[in-house]
Design a protein around this ligand. Structure first.
Ligand code: ZN
Length: 224
C-alpha cells in the first residue's frame, strides 16, 4: 500500500507520484489536499475517486471552516483563493474527512493523523521526537502510525510499532525538491520512502497565471 501526505493542490507532483507508484488504489492519506498550489479541486477529485483512506489537515480545515486563521500571508492568500475553486461536491468531501482514523488493515492496527493523534491539526512531529515516550503519551496504541504536517519524510521503528511520515507530495521541506511518498508493506512491517521528479516549471507558470504569491512556487525549487 502507498502512503501520501501534504499534496497541497500540486497536481503535477501528484501525477508524477501516481505514474511512479503505478496505482493509487488503497492509498493512505495523512492530510492537506489543498492549500498553496493552484489545482485544489483536481487534487480533491483524485482523492475522492481513488477513495483515499485519509484524514484532514490544517489547510483542509481552514478551507472547510472558511477562515485563514493561524496562517501566514502566503498560505492564507492561497486558502482564500482555493475557496473559490473547490466544487460543492469536493467541499463536502473535505468536510467529511475525520481528524484521525484508526482501522485494521491486513491484520494490523493502523492509525492516521495529520499532526499527531493527540493534536491532529496542530502538532509538528519531527523524526527526532519519535520515541517510546512519544508513543506512550498518545491515547492510542497502534502498530502502524502514519503522520504528515512537517513535510519531512521518515520511517522509524519504535519498539513493535512502525511510525511513518511519507513526506510531502506537493511541497517537500527536507531540501530535496522531488515529490515524496512512502510504500508500506504491512505484512513485513516495513516501509520505504520514494522520491519522484516532476515539472516544477508547470506549477510556477500556473501560480503566476492565477496571481498567487510567486514565493510559493520559488520555494519548490529548493525543497523548503
Ligand atoms: Zn502541509
Amino acid at each position: 500500500m502507498f502512503v501520501l501526505s501534504d499534496i497541497h493542490g500540486n497536481l503535477p507532483a501528484l501525477e508524477a507520484v501516481r505514474a511512479d507508484a503505478g496505482s493509487l488504489e488503497d492509498a493512505f492519506f495523512c492530510g492537506d489536499l489543498v492549500g498553496y498550489y493552484p489545482w485544489p479541486d483536481e487534487v480533491v477529485d483524485v482523492a475522492r475517486k481513488k477513495d483515499f483512506i485519509g484524514v484532514r489537515g490544517n489547510h483542509d480545515e481552514a478551507l472547510v471552516i472558511g477562515s485563514s486563521f493561524g496562517f501566514g500571508g502566503e498560505a492564507g492568500e492561497a486558502i482564500q483563493w482555493s475557496k473559490g475553486e473547490v466544487s460543492d461536491r469536493n467541499l463536502r468531501y473535505l468536510e467529511a474527512l475525520p481528524y484521525t482514523r484508526s482501522e485494521k488493515f491486513q491484520g494490523k492496527d493502523v492509525l492516521i493523523a495529520h499532526g499527531s493523534p493527540r493534536q491532529p491539526i496542530e502538532e509538528y512531529i519531527y523524526p527526532e521526537r519519535v520515541n517510546e515516550q512519544f508513543l506512550e503519551r498518545q491515547t492510542f496504541d497502534p502498530e502502524v502510525l502514519l503522520l504528515g504536517h512537517t513535510h519531512v519524510p521518515f520511517v522509524k521503528e519504535v519498539g513493535d510499532a512502525l511510525v511513518i511520515n511519507p513526506g510531502s507530495v506537493g511541497q517537500p521541506r527536507d531540501g530535496d525538491p522531488r515529490a515524496s511518498y512512502a510504500e508500506l508493506d504491512l505484512k513485513a512491517m516495513d516501509a520505504e520512502i520514494h522520491r519522484v521528479e516532476y515539472d516544477i516549471g508547470r506549477v510556477e507558470e500556473k501560480v503566476e497565471e492565477e496571481g498567487l504569491p510567486v514565493g510559493l512556487a520559488k520555494r519548490l525549487e529548493k525543497g523548503r
